[in-house]
Design a protein around this ligand. Structure first.
Ligand SMILES: C[S@@+](CC[C@H](N)C(=O)[O-])C[C@H]1O[C@@H](n2cnc3c(N)ncnc32)[C@H](O)[C@@H]1O
Length: 341
């Protein structure tokens, strides 16, 4: 079934019947099929929906990346409201630069995603913002672009900061929409400050965000081959930039779970996700834990930090022969899990 936000767009499908449209970060892949009679291109920052959309057809219409550029300007665009307001602002700046003057600029989102602030977010770009529709606990807001927007430069949205973690000082690039933007998550800090000894070799930072864990490993174990993976194009971009800032030779890949990764790792280190968009979602990490063994060498280990309220211990014990609770704080647990005893 289509996401409620996409259902709202379908109720208003006549909007898309004239001109070229850009859809940004759709919550599901099927909306593109349902709008296939219209001229719709899609900008994805999430690899899972991007891959699903490509499989459903017209692959050339779908682009995955941290930002979007287009030689030919669009007549309209709809942005699915992201979780972070700053991310919405960055997307609006990017998308407005891809529109003709007078084009339609819209935001659709669930009420709980903060879409009620859409009118304010659109005001810098549109003279008059209207609520076009509201249904399924969602709203669609839009207006006419008053003038050609400034060219978009992602660098203007980046922050670079020096972080000090577990005795290392290094630089991290971050963007709105990336996990723990501009700061080190407490769970990540607990993990890095309590890392047990692990095999260097081929080390994966799963769900790398801005690259804090991957860069830490590459700096502290220079002989290891570090791979970082994330479903978010913004995270992939920031991890690449963070590696460059620290002159590290790492491999950063977009991946939904472990699916896009090949060959085995000696160690996987992660602060895994428990959200998809604005929804709490344990399924990504549950699937990751089940699949993990297939991506580890026979002597390989998984090192994971989790909030106390997440009951991953049982799952880990089902999949690994030897699970050790390395550290426990009032909020976080760090586990080390070995494939072999
Ligand atoms: C808790 S954050 C950790 C980020 C970073 N490692 C840190 O410690 O700051 C989890 C990360 O997992 C990513 N993620 C969410 N779903 C994913 C999926 N299906 N596949 C890969 N990564 C995913 C998120 O984009 C986010 O960057």
């Amino acid at each position: 079934m289509l996401a409620p936000t996409s259902q709202v767009l379908l109720r208003n499908s006549e909007i898309f019947t004239s001109g070229r449209w850009l859809l940004v970060n759709p919550a599901d892949a099927h909306i593109c099929q349902d709008l296939s009679d219209s001229d719709v291109s899609v900008f994805h920052q999430f690899f899972d929906i991007y891959q699903q959309s490509q499989r459903l057809g017209e692959a050339a219409k779908h682009r995955f990346g941290a930002s979007y550029t287009s030689d030919e300007l669009f007549d309209g665009a709809v942005i699915y409201m992201p979780k972070a307001k700053e991310h919405a602002k960055m997307l609006l700046a990017n998308v407005a630069a891809c529109l003709k003057p007078g084009a339609q600029l819209m935001l659709v989102g669930e009420n709980k995603s903060g879409v009620k602030s859409a009118a304010k977010l659109l005001e810098p770009y549109c003279k008059q913002v209207n609520k076009i529709d509201s249904a399924r606990h969602c709203a669609l807001f839009g207006g006419e672009l008053t003038q050609t927007a400034k060219p978009f430069d992602i660098i203007a949205w980046q922050t670079v900061q020096t972080i000090d973690v577990a005795g290392l000082s290094y630089q991290i690039c971050s963007l709105p929409g990336v996990f723990s933007h501009g700061e080190v998550d407490i769970g990540t800090r607990v993990l890095l400050e309590n890392l047990p000894r692990y095999h260097s070799g081929r080390v994966l930072d799963f769900g790398c965000g801005a690259g804090i864990i991957g860069c830490f490993v590459a700096l502290s174990q220079p002989t290891s081959k570090v791979v970082m993976a994330d479903v978010s194009a913004l995270a992939v971009y920031c991890s690449e930039q963070s590696a460059l800032l620290n002159k590290l030779n790492v491999d950063v890949q977009p991946s939904n779970g472990l699916k896009a990764l090949s060959a085995k790792f000696t160690t996987i280190i992660t602060n895994p996700p428990f959200h998809t968009g604005i929804q709490t979602d344990y399924s990504v990490t549950e699937t990751f834990i089940s699949d993990c063994k297939n991506y580890l060498t026979s002597e390989g280990a998984l090192i994971l930090v989790a909030n106390q309220f997440l009951r991953y211990a049982e799952l880990l014990e089902k999949q690994f022969k030897n699970v050790t609770l390395v550290q426990q704080t009032t909020k976080f647990s760090v586990y080390s899990c070995l494939r072999a005893r």
